[in-house]
Design a protein around this ligand. Structure first.
Ligand code: AMP
Length: 284
């Protein structure tokens, strides 16, 4: 039977009980409005741990004032049902007032991998992400934590934070889950009108084009980005935020495919900002 902790105290009581029995804990941090992308993380966590915790928390600290915090979709009942069906043991569902009490003034900040891509267009975003993930780790004491490659820069940032700050948790990255027509699954897809939903396919189409070029031996990352950009620009409802190639570990721009290279895009479809990416490994 799934348990729900809406306070830190309750979550700690349940998790420390498990730890006393020597059980391992896998954590899947989310902002809710769960879909099969999130559940792929849950299934992986289920395979590798005795207990699985999903946190459902729309983290105000990672949204700028002009972003979609208020509209961000929420459906805790549906989330609970999905978690229950997928064998989650505990949902951590704290309120913002407990996570950020009056006087809150401690943050986890990072330079380096947060400077490019989403860090450029969302300057306070990763400070909010690192701070909340740190808090969730302190509350849930997970042995492993699961993050999607869908948010590839976030995955690189969290890996770096854990390494730099000696956090005793293993970070596991999981592949992107897509709709049958290719669109990467995202809670934000709910914002799209029928017409925008069709237009949004330009993201995955450009990802598949770029990947095909790389698979066929193209090493010039700028050329690949240029072709991806050209394709996206054929869609009248699309407005590019960025199309970039970076080193997947340090998220610094690269001109040539070398080591693990991340091709990442952020594109507005109408007012909705969507992201997608692929990673290629340079052939030796
Ligand atoms: P979110 O609720 O959007 O903050 O996402 C929570 C976690 O689920 C993050 O680690 C995301 O990268 C991951 N995630 C979201 N969508 C997908 C997807 N389509 N495929 C794989 N992982 C995903």
């Amino acid at each position: 039977m799934i348990e729900i902790a809406d306070t830190v105290k309750k979550a700690r009581e349940i998790i420390s009980g498990w730890k006393k029995q020597g059980l391992t804990v896998g954590l899947v941090p989310t902002m809710g409005y769960l879909h099969d992308g999130h559940m792929s993380l849950v299934r992986k966590a289920r395979e590798e741990n005795d207990k699985v915790v999903v946190s459902v928390f729309v983290n105000p600290m990672q949204f700028s004032p002009n972003e979609d915090l208020e509209q961000y979709p929420r459906d805790f009942e549906a989330d609970t049902k999905l978690c229950s069906e997928n064998g989650v043991d505990l949902i951590l569902h704290p309120v913002p007032e407990e996570m950020y009490p009056e006087g809150f003034c401690s943050f986890v900040d990072m330079t380096g991998p947060t400077a490019e891509l989403c860090g450029k267009s969302r300057p306070i975003h990763f400070r909010g992400v690192c701070t909340i993930v740190n808090k969730l780790f302190n509350i849930a004491s997970p042995d492993r934590a699961y993050f999607g490659q869908k948010d590839a820069q976030q995955l690189a940032v969290i890996k770096r934070m854990v390494k730099d700050l000696n956090m005793p948790v293993e970070i596991i990255g999981c592949p992107i889950v897509r709709e049958s027509d290719g669109l990467a699954r995202s809670s934000r897809n709910k914002y799209l009108s029928a017409e925008e939903r069709k237009a949004a396919l330009i993201l995955s189409k450009s990802i598949f084009l770029g990947k095909e070029m790389a698979d066929n031996g193209e090493k010039d990352a700028r050329k690949i980005c240029q072709e991806m950009r050209k394709l996206i620009e054929t869609e009248p409802l699309a407005r590019i935020d960025y199309v970039e190639a970076v080193d997947f570990t340090n998220i610094q721009k690269v001109d040539t495919i070398d080591g693990e290279t991340l091709f990442a895009i952020a594109v507005y479809i109408g007012k909705t900002r969507l992201i997608d990416n692929f990673i290629v490994q340079a052939k030796s």
